[in-house]
Design a protein. Sequence first.
Length: 286
Amino acid sequence: MNKRIITIIIALAAVYSGANAQWKQGEVPPANTRQTKATIIDTAQVTIYYAFNATNVKDEKTYIDLGWLLVGKRYTKYASYFLAHTDSTYRDVVKKYAHGGGVPRQSNGGKFPSLWSEYQYDEIFIKDNKLTEYAVMPMAMVRDNCQYTEAYPLQQWALKDEQQTVCGYRCQKATCRWRGRDYVAWFTAEIPVRCGPWKFGGLPGLIMKVSDTKGEYTFECVQVERRKRPIKQYDFRSFKTVKRDYMLKLQKKININWTTVLYGGRVTSLEGNNFPDKPYSPMELE
């Protein structure tokens, strides 16, 4: 066997077996492309940062991701701040040294920086009540990068009387059932925008915190930044247009056992241990 291939398999096996068991997703190595070219499509008036599945919201090292919601006049964007910061650093290196190809696009922050998650690597744009999601697949699966568009928002919320404070803002409770899960959200009328983290929105104020009732997924605001910043969109023209269910099925296969998607069969390490299927519990169950 080629020495380079042997080295890669050993490294992947180490990552795969050493990942924290608390992570509910499949243990997938990260995407191998960097985002380097972007177009400014709008200007954010406010930027909201969300801890995703944090053990401790005061410690970024315990987050699966730090997402940021950029709210402009025409566009709203939700993406990974960890990856945006990583890509910015990478672009500076490329500019300085005029090289840099072949470096994995790996997050600089969070609990599992050497693993891929669709919730970290996907980017979501909302414009004119339409939501478009761009899905970046892991490893050498660039041929499977895809996108879809659907109506937004989709949740039907029931407002409740309970209140609590999240990140210094007074919030009201709301509940809904959406795509197979029951959710509890806390929104604030102090920031009058009808959006929130990931694909959540439609309440009369910014969603500051939202979690499913099983406690598997939680987004919680950790900072609100009131200053203008550009909203950038990378070049997604190579992403094939698909249906939402196609994207979800592909991401499910990848999370359960990425080797079956990448290689068309299970990969066996030098020690003879197969990569086993992993439990996978996506947010969208239907």
